[in-house]
Design a protein around this ligand. Structure first.
Ligand SMILES: Nc1nc2c(ncn2[C@@H]2O[C@H](COP(=O)(O)OP(=O)(O)OP(=O)(O)O)[C@@H](O)[C@H]2O)c(=O)[nH]1
Length: 403
């Protein structure tokens, strides 16, 4: 697997902020410290519907960071991207040729992309190794995902990649919205429900990125998110189908609570990947996301890890106990290493001679022996035989005793 150095292809365009998000007040991009005291980059997972502008935004973010002297580390996970206006450090296309995959496995384009991603996932530990090696020298890791959003968000490989990245480095999801195509209330709601489902699936800090604000400012979206009645008014006006039926109303009402909760949880920024508007706000939101990761996600990750370790330990113990039971030693009385079955002669001897007595019994036996010795000092000690043939005693001369 090859690793290359990313280069800015377009020049960075400094822009004025257009949207009055709270994020706008934050400073220029600055990667923060980890709880371990080591510098860690933030991973930005760029996810969005086909055509929302992910690749163009990746290029814009790349050139913006280069202009700030903070070149990012870039991963491209889209095997089907035909034109990539920036160079990635790690590109899935260098590892898997999705067209070849289509041919060999007799698949259509989506199946080819999905299988290519699955194959790449088997190598993802290596990819993560590369990223971790560069963790000290970069502030941002940008990840472009396949255009067919569901291939990444609802596939096993997408989940494995997301979890692997998020358990290794602070990670933020940037959900890209094609703003000009989202002005209809029905499309807006569908897009928000999709974003909501990704938030609840990944549980990662989330940024709604309204792209293409050079064509359509995203004020309407912010208003709908802040004031649900305004959204309902828009829906009443524009949500009718060709027969004049407002088919979305009842669905909207039942979804309203879910979405209100969702809007409370996320931050939204407006950007233009084309002109470079909103970059500062975007990176301020990423910084907030990093803090949220440290405050909420990482402790939860640690807790889950401890829980998993405890479960693994319990499973190990249960396995051991089962094994002991199978061997018949699980209910062995204390001091009897032979288990509950009737003891044979050899085992009896062991128990009587050395292993079977408890500490108290041994002390009693010792006392009895001492009392016996006091009462009958003329009786030689039990081990006298041994002394006769091998030892040396100063008072008694050299052994063996002369006969
Ligand atoms: N006006 C305008 N056009 C944009 C902007 N961002 C992207 N586009 C255009 O939108 C189209 C799609 O952009 P891409 O970057 O290819 O979108 P994508 O999400 O990567 O598309 P897939 O690879 O199909 O998923 C292109 O024609 C871009 O030039 C923007 O901020 N403003």
């Amino acid at each position: 697997m090859a690793e290359t150095t990313s280069q800015p292809i377009a020049s960075a365009t400094q822009s004025k902020a257009t949207a009055p998000e709270a994020a706008a007040t934050a400073a220029a991009p600055e990667a923060g410290p980890s709880t371990t005291g080591q510098k860690e980059p933030v991973v930005v997972l760029v996810i969005g519907m086909a055509g929302s502008g992910k690749t163009t935004l990746m290029q814009r973010l790349n050139s913006y960071l280069h202009s700030k002297d903070q070149p990012p580390y870039i991963l491209n996970l889209d095997p089907a991207v035909s034109h990539m206006p920036y160079s990635a450090n790690i590109d899935i296309r260098d590892t898997v040729d999705y067209k070849e995959v289509m041919k060999q496995y007799n698949l259509g384009p989506n199946g080819g992309i999905m299988t290519a991603l699955n194959l790449f996932t088997t190598k993802f530990d290596q990819v993560l190794g590369f990223v971790e090696k560069r963790a000290q020298s970069v502030d941002y890791v940008l990840v472009d995902t396949p255009g067919q959003i569901e291939i990444f968000t609802w596939s096993a490989s997408g989940a494995i990649i997301t979890d692997a990245i998020a358990s290794s480095l602070p990670t933020v999801v940037a959900y890209i919205v094609d703003t000009p195509r989202t002005t209809s209330p029905a499309t807006f709601m569908s897009n928000m429900l999709y974003a909501c489902s990704i938030l609840y699936k990944t549980r990662l800090p989330f940024i709604l990125v309204f792209n293409k604000i050079d064509v359509e400012p995203h004020d309407f979206a912010l208003e709908w998110m802040a004031d649900f009645e305004k959204f309902q008014e828009a829906l009443a006006e524009r949500g009718r189908d060709e027969n004049g039926e407002n088919y979305m109303n009842s669905l909207m009402n039942s979804m309203s609570l879910v979405l209100e909760e969702f809007y409370n949880d996320i931050r939204a920024v407006g950007v233009s990947a084309m002109t470079g508007q909103g970059m500062k706000e975007f990176f301020a939101a990423v910084e907030e996301g990093r803090k949220e990761y440290e405050a909420d996600y990482r402790p939860e990750l640690e807790r889950l890890k401890q829980e998993k370790d405890a479960k693994a330990e319990a499973a190990k113990q249960a396995h051991l106990e089962r094994m002991m039971k199978d061997m018949g030693v699980d209910k062995a009385p204390k001091g009897n290493p032979f288990g509950p079955h009737p003891r044979n002669e050899r085992e009896d001897r062991y128990m009587d001679d050395e292993g079977g007595d408890s500490e108290d019994e041994r002390i009693d036996r010792q006392q009895e022996a001492e009392e016996e010795a006091d009462d009958h000092p003329e009786v030689a000690p039990e081990d006298d035989d041994v002394m006769q043939y091998g030892g040396h005693d100063e008072g008694m001369g050299v052994w063996p005793r002369p006969q």
